[in-house]
Design a protein around this ligand. Structure first.
Ligand code: GBH
Length: 482
């Protein structure tokens, strides 16, 4: 690892080219084939993809036997989402999936990360599977494979079946998730090699049971929040085991987690170490528990009598070995070492800190490099993926129908440049999934925030590539960022 820094690598190439130029007279075509030092090349076979999630794109909420998820109920409750908007129709990808696969194909994408709607497969959360629901995903998978696009399947992206009593407050939900995960793995693993158990623990637990901004919209006391968190990581672990027990041998299992990513304020040993300590402690209820099979001493001490109640054997399940780790990386925190201790200090954000169209989306492209490096140095996973990265922007359609989202291109170019730094230093990050393939139902913000590289007119469902789609197509074609 880290034999070269990126700059040294560039210099070496540049130097070699200059030396050749001086000593030989190769025809110009030979130079054209020499990688330019300005091109930040990714490793061969680096996987470029896009990501979406079921409730955000599918619509067709009552079709073919699907029953409500907690997101249907929440979105239909007055005052919970932007202008009361819902995912009833969204991008209508339930009917337009072939068109969406064509969009991926025209980007040259090698992979598509999408999620399965649990209430399509088990409308009541458990019990009898619904074959019509499964058939939809079989059609999607077949269409992807026909186009040489690898399906990466997320099993839970927040649309919990409404029928499950108590939601994540109930330990039984973890068991129900494992049964669902095992069933899907059995049905699809002949054609799907990669499964994610969960998408973003904090988003469906802390936002659902602590801040109440997401369903079920509760503001529970700490002890109950911690218990729901525990049920979620337990569900992940039981899910991993159920997938392994039911899937074709060789199936790859991981998760997609928005771990909080810490960037050292200055790249010196002390601050880099502080970033590592912060990563372990601040992600203690989720990623740290999953990677280590235990809760940190710090977390247990901080929570005291509010710490989760753990049954014998739970933590071993939570820590079930994974084939890869997926990180959804959007925005970093900055951290420094304190003057005189082994702790860390998370910096407050100045009011001038730049951000994109979502109020939480502060712009810090170093998030990509440090997401990979911190996780690699602490836990050493064999393989990592960036399972989401992208941004909202105030897209405008021009009179002649174009969307020139130069700010999104700027965001992506900078993030991929920092991701390149991670690959060039040898960290095992094998792929990148851009959020999102197309504008979609942005949860509590409804359709008011657009994250797509394809513009969606939600009245006509017409998809139009934005400038960023053209830019991403170039990146994929060259396997490089300029
Ligand atoms: C991801 O979440 C999701 O996986 C994806 O479905 C989503 O569309 C995408 O990113 C873009 O948002 O309490 O004001 O901070 C990203 C992490 C966690 C950010 C929840 C917004 C709630 C808003 N998100 N958070 S706030």
């Amino acid at each position: 690892m880290k034999n070269f820094t990126r700059r040294q690598f560039g210099k070496t190439l540049g130097g070699a080219a200059a030396a050749m130029m001086a000593s030989t007279s190769l025809p110009p075509i030979a130079f054209a084939q020499t990688p330019s030092p300005q091109l930040l090349r990714f490793p061969p076979k680096f996987l470029w993809g896009c990501a979406t999630a079921a409730y955000q794109i599918e619509g067709a909420v009552s079709e073919d036997g699907r029953k409500p998820s907690i997101w249907d109920t929440f979105a239909h409750t007055p005052g919970k989402t932007f202008q009361g908007q819902t995912g009833d129709v969204a991008d209508d990808s339930y009917h337009l999936y072939k068109e969406d696969v064509r969009l991926l194909k025209s980007l040259g994408a090698g992979a598509y990360r999408f999620s399965i709607s649990w209430p399509r497969i088990f409308p009541d959360g458990k019990g009898q599977p619904n074959e019509k629901g499964l058939a939809y995903y079989q059609r999607v998978v077949d269409e992807l494979l026909k186009n040489n696009i690898a399906p990466f399947v997320t099993l839970f992206h927040w649309d919990l079946p409404q029928a499950l009593p108590g939601g994540w407050q109930s330990r039984d939900t973890a068991k129900a998730f494992a049964d669902y995960a095992g069933y899907v793995a059995k049905q699809l693993s002949d054609r799907v090699e990669h499964f994610f158990t969960m998408n973003e623990f904090a988003s469906f637990i802390d936002s659902g049971y602590k801040s109440g901004e997401f369903p079920p919209g509760l503001k529970l006391p700490d002890a109950e929040v911690n218990q729901a968190r525990h049920h979620a990581v337990l569900a992940h672990g039981l899910g991993v085991q159920a997938i392994r027990a039911n899937a074709k041998p060789g199936t790859q299992v991981g998760l997609a987690e928005n771990a909080t990513v810490f960037v050292p304020v200055i790249e010196t040993r002390e601050h880099i170490d502080a970033a590592r300590r912060a990563t372990r402690e601040e992600n203690a209820p989720f990623l740290t528990a999953v990677m280590e099979g235990k809760y940190t001493e710090g977390y247990l001490q901080r929570e005291g009598s509010n710490a989760p109640k753990v049954e014998p054997g739970d933590m071993k399940i939570v820590g079930s070995p994974l084939d890869f780790v997926g990180i959804n990386a959007y925005t970093p925190e900055y951290v420094r070492a304190p003057e005189s201790s082994a702790g860390y200090v998370v910096e407050p954000r100045q009011s001038s800190f730049p951000r994109m169209a979502s109020s939480w989306l502060f712009l810090g492209p170093e998030v990509m490099y440090w997401a990979v490096r911190n996780v690699s140095e602490i836990w050493g996973p064999k393989v990592l993926y960036i399972t989401e990265n992208g941004c909202s922007a105030d897209d405008v359609v021009t009179a002649d129908g174009r969307v020139e989202d130069t700010d999104r291109v700027m965001y992506l170019r900078n993030h991929l440049t920092h991701l390149h730094r991670a690959t060039s230093e040898g960290y095992p990050v094998k792929g990148y999934f851009l959020w999102s393939l197309m504008d979609n139902f942005e949860w509590a913000e409804g359709f008011s925030k657009r994250f797509g590289i394809h513009y969606v007119d939600f009245k006509t469902e017409v998809r139009t590539p934005k400038l960023s789609a053209g830019w991403y197509r170039e990146v994929i074609a060259k396997n490089a960022v300029e």
